[in-house]
Design a protein around this ligand. Structure first.
Ligand SMILES: N[C@@H](CCC(=O)N[C@@H](CS)C(=O)NCC(=O)O)C(=O)O
Length: 217
């Protein structure tokens, strides 16, 4: 029975689960929720996630929400399928969890400020100094993360850590779509830009791309 995947297009948290499902080659059935139509607030979705947030999955009668719990569940429940999202020995797996936790705490906070200023503030209300400070915080955070690269990916082999980070990096490109002078590429130090190219070369990346963002540039 396919996993039922509840998501919203462009949700950074749902995106990491989408990448995980694709990387594991899972059969899944999509249930896309519209934020603007208030789908997450509807009672039928509250039965899936009482916190009214995506992502969530239902796997053979087992319902689970919270992106990190879902990614880890998929890897443990289906260890033989596709990519190991928590690869290697106990220390490497702990490193993957640490990275995900850092990304959720620090990268999320830094990029959120840019996203709020660019995507959720009317152009006439935008504060250039605020955006500049937010942009600098993202550049510092990306430089920090770049130091962690261990070969091609964050924790050595491709892992849940890379899937946790990529949506936040992609969101900076989305900001550039809206504000062309926002130089998203300049935020990435060369090793992280090369990492981004490797993620974007994954054969399933395009299948996870938010359709309302248009074609990936
Ligand atoms: N900690 C949660 C965060 C999930 C979350 O905040 N999802 C947002 C979308 S990015 C959401 O569903 N918001 C409800 C709404 O805006 O209606 C996770 O990792 O799954």
């Amino acid at each position: 029975m396919p996993v039922v995947f509840y998501y919203g297009s462009g949700s950074v948290y749902a995106w990491r689960v989408h990448l995980a499902l694709e990387a594991k080659g899972m059969a899944f059935e999509r249930r896309v929720l519209s934020f603007s139509a208030g789908d997450t607030a509807k009672p039928e979705f509250a039965a899936v996630n009482p916190r009214h947030r995506v992502p969530a999955i239902v796997d053979g009668g087992f319902t689970l929400y919270e992106s990190n719990a879902i990614v880890e569940y998929l890897d443990e429940a289906y260890p033989e399928r596709g990519l190991r999202l928590f690869p290697g020995d106990v220390r490497r797996r702990a490193t993957v969890r640490r990275l995900v936790s850092e990304i959720d705490d620090y990268t999320d906070e830094a990029t959120r400020k840019v996203v709020e200023e660019v995507l959720y503030t009317k152009p006439e209300a935008r504060d250039a100094a605020k955006l500049d400070a937010a942009r600098k915080a993202v550049a510092d955070e990306f430089a920090f993360l770049a130091r962690y690269l261990d070969g091609d990916f964050l924790a050595g082999p491709l892992s849940a850590a890379d899937f946790a980070l990529y949506p936040f990096v992609a969101f900076m490109d989305r900001c550039r779509q809206r504000v062309p002078e926002f130089d998203a590429a300049a935020l990435l130090p060369p090793p992280l830009a090369a990492w981004k190219r490797r993620i974007e070369a994954l054969p399933y990346l395009d299948a996870t791309w938010p359709p309302h963002w248009g074609k990936r540039s």
